[in-house]
Design a protein around this ligand. Structure first.
Ligand SMILES: Nc1nc2c(c(=O)[nH]1)N[C@H]1C(S)=C(S)[C@@H](COP(=O)(O)O)O[C@H]1N2
Ligand SMILES: [Mo]
Length: 341
């Protein structure tokens, strides 16, 4: 298989040796807490295993490709742990156990779910090691769920419960943030569409006031939105393709995976904005200060290296460059203004 064909559409490979921490950074308990994993819900009898018991079970080694919905991928990551299939030998499922929910020991009580047959078909792994070492706390150690061949939000960090269900129960990213429940990177199943109707969307676009609203996936392309107020707006997956957005204010907004292809963003405010996976190909970013934005997986030119953004007077910070792919990084370093501190 060639390198290329391992990369799903719209993804770019992170700089080698980089593995960004995404979402929650710590479990709700300290590193030295006791860890157990319970299997319950639609089972005849619940069971629970200590970390030591899990470590003593036969370990399966595998190599996975990580594909984050915010457009970065990390290829060929060695993982080891216990296959869900093997763990299932320790419980007897009720006949109506059709779904499985992976629940995290985290502040936000994250969970994610899959149809049980999909989890088994995808070789879902209860991982204890990554890259030959016990998984680091920030990456979900000591016990992490890994679901190969799905966007990485289907892999919860700090796994403490595997609950078998008769009906599906949406997880945190799927239910609260609108991520797609099927999550197939090869089909680009990233987000569910916006919840507002077209007439409301059209009115909001005319008002140029998006502040504080959830406008996920809104199509505002080809408009004059100079001076737009989008402070704190939820604009994941929104399209601003070819818009004029001179002086627009996106402070504190979530613009993850937003499309700014060919947009004029001269002097727009991006203070504390999440622009992970956003596409700025061909955009004019003159006078934009991006130093405190979350930039993981963002791009400034297309896959062929064309349609380059104008970042001549755009400010970046050195630490941000780490989260760009090697080629995007090179471009920003050469053409933007990089703050060395
Ligand atoms: N408990 C928990 N698990 C989580 C998340 C989270 O915020 N909390 N984020 C998910 C998302 S969106 C991604 S991309 C991956 C990131 O894993 P990493 O930080 O090890 O790269 O974890 C997934 N699992
Ligand atoms: Mo993610």
């Amino acid at each position: 298989m060639t390198e290329r064909s391992k990369i799903p559409p719209g993804q770019q490979v992170v700089a080698s040796n980089k593995w960004p921490v995404i979402g929650e950074r710590d479990p709700a308990v300290g590193a030295n807490a006791d860890w157990t994993l319970s299997l319950d819900g639609r089972v005849k009898e619940s069971v629970s295993f200590s970390l030591e018991q899990l470590q003593a079970m036969p370990q399966t080694e595998t190599v996975i490709d990580i594909h984050c919905v915010t457009r970065w991928s990390k290829l060929d990551v060695p993982m080891s742990g216990i296959l869900l299939k093997d763990l299932l030998q320790h419980v007897e499922l009720e006949s109506d156990a059709k779904f499985v929910s992976f629940v995290s020991r985290s502040e936000r009580k994250h969970s994610t779910s899959l149809p049980l047959d999909v989890a088994l078909d995808h070789d879902c792994l209860i991982a204890l090691c990554a890259e030959g070492q016990p998984i680091e706390l920030g990456h979900g150690g000591p016990i992490r769920n890994i679901v190969p061949r799905k966007y990485f939000y289907k892999s919860v960090k700090w796994l403490e419960q595997i609950e078998f269900l008769a009906e599906d129960r949406l997880g945190y990213w799927e239910g609260d943030a609108g991520y797609h429940n099927l999550a197939d990177p090869w089909k680009e199943q990233r987000y569910m569409a916006a919840t507002i109707d077209r007439r409301t969307a059209a009115k909001l676009i005319d008002s140029k006031d998006f502040s504080g609203r959830d406008l996920r996936s809104i199509d505002a392309s080809n408009r004059n939105l100079d001076g737009l107020n989008a402070i704190g707006a939820g604009l994941r997956d929104a399209s601003f393709e070819s818009c004029s957005l001179v002086g627009a204010n996106f402070s504190d907004a979530n613009l993850s995976n937003a499309n700014f292809v060919g947009a004029d963003l001269t002097n727009a405010a991006f203070s504390k904005t999440d622009v992970e996976g956003a596409d700025f190909s061909g955009a004019n970013l003159s006078g934009v200060d991006m130093r405190d934005c979350s930039l993981i997986g963002a791009s400034f030119f297309d896959d062929q290296g064309g349609n380059r953004a104008s970042v001549e007077s755009t400010k970046f910070s050195k630490v941000q460059l780490d989260s760009l792919s090697a080629l995007q990084r090179e471009f920003v370093e050469e053409t933007g203004i990089v703050d060395q501190i």
